[in-house]
Design a protein around this ligand. Structure first.
Ligand code: C5P
Length: 302
């Protein structure tokens, strides 16, 4: 996450993530699933600008970046009221600390919506961290983590600000991971999205869980082909059963010269892995030529 003061305003650039591995163990007492996932934050950012407001309210406006290869037509339908995690994060801060301060938040949306790239969670984490400074609330990192956990499972990863991590539990137990190799991604989103809750509902936890070990080893030894072979997402099968778009996008990816490909999170975005930026850009062009609506090349944020 990048923070910049622009006159009296605060600008935060907050990244998307990909899951290179996601195993689902079982359902817990609290209704969430126990999981183990490897998350990498990537070079695709939403931007939030915080400006002072004397209305005493939280006001959110959103714009998309026209011509951006990642831009998602669904961004025009993004709710700007308390269904939006940005507004919920700001209101949670106000209720927790008792501050009556207002704010205008301008969101520039580049991360596709309902795509498994955690754009909403990333925006919420940026709001918690950004407003903690902007409103001078003085909350500690662990207090922000506690608030984040009330809003969503992926928020812990972004509050931690680590470029890559293995996340366990519900997603909140973060173990940072160094990835000392060149990775490049081609990320694509079909026109439809999926509800995370619905995908988890249709997921049968693993009888024989896959181990994350071989992928971690391949990443640390720079073995691209093995990285491709070790990609795994337990949510992909239920997502494919719910969305023909995910299935057809994955079959398009399987025809391309990539080290491997996978669906991210609960979908619907899928991504391919390769070792060269030029190849990633070329494959992105090929997918666009095959009428995939939203495609972009990205790198891990190191
Ligand atoms: O935490 P988040 O709001 O992202 O989760 C959305 C939904 O996904 C949850 O309500 C739950 O149904 C499901 N989920 C789960 N186990 C997790 C994370 C999410 O079952 N570890």
């Amino acid at each position: 996450m990048l923070f910049r003061c622009l006159g009296p305003n605060l600008v935060v650039h907050t990244p998307a993530k990909l899951n290179l591995f996601l195993e689902v163990f079982g359902k817990r007492q609290d209704g969430f699933h126990e999981l183990e996932t490897l998350m990498v934050s990537i070079s695709l950012y939403d931007s939030l600008t915080f400006s002072a407001s004397d209305t005493g309210r939280v006001e959110l406006a959103c714009s998309t970046v026209s011509g951006s290869t990642a831009s998602d037509p669904a961004a025009h339908d993004l709710p700007l009221d308390d269904r939006n995690l940005i507004v919920r994060a700001a209101e949670l801060l106000r209720n927790t600390t008792g501050t009556a301060k207002g704010v205008q938040i301008r969101l520039t949306k580049r991360i596709p919506i309902a795509g498994g790239l955690a754009g909403g969670s990333s925006d919420a984490a940026a709001t918690l961290m950004g407003l903690n400074g902007f409103w001078k609330l003085g909350l500690s990192a662990s207090e922000l983590q506690e608030l984040g956990s009330q809003l969503g499972s992926d928020i812990a990863f972004f509050l931690n600000s680590t470029p890559a991590a293995i996340c366990r539990g519900r997603g909140e137990l973060i173990e940072s991971l160094a990835i000392p190799m060149n990775l490049h991604f081609v990320v694509a989103k079909p026109s439809s999205g999926l509800s995370t809750a619905n995908v988890f509902k249709h997921c049968r936890p693993a009888d024989q869980p896959r181990s994350i070990g071989p992928l971690v080893q391949a990443l640390q030894h720079g073995e691209l082909r093995k990285v491709g072979d070790c990609l795994h997402n337990r949510l992909q099968q239920p997502a494919e059963s719910l969305s023909i778009d995910v299935k057809s996008l994955n079959s398009k990816f399987s025809e391309l010269p990539l080290a491997g490909h996978l669906m991210s999170g609960s979908g619907t975005c899928c991504f391919g892995v390769c070792g060269d930026a030029r190849i990633a850009r070329r494959i992105a062009r090929q997918l666009r030529a095959r009428q995939v609506p939203s495609v972009f090349a990205a790198q891990p944020r190191l």
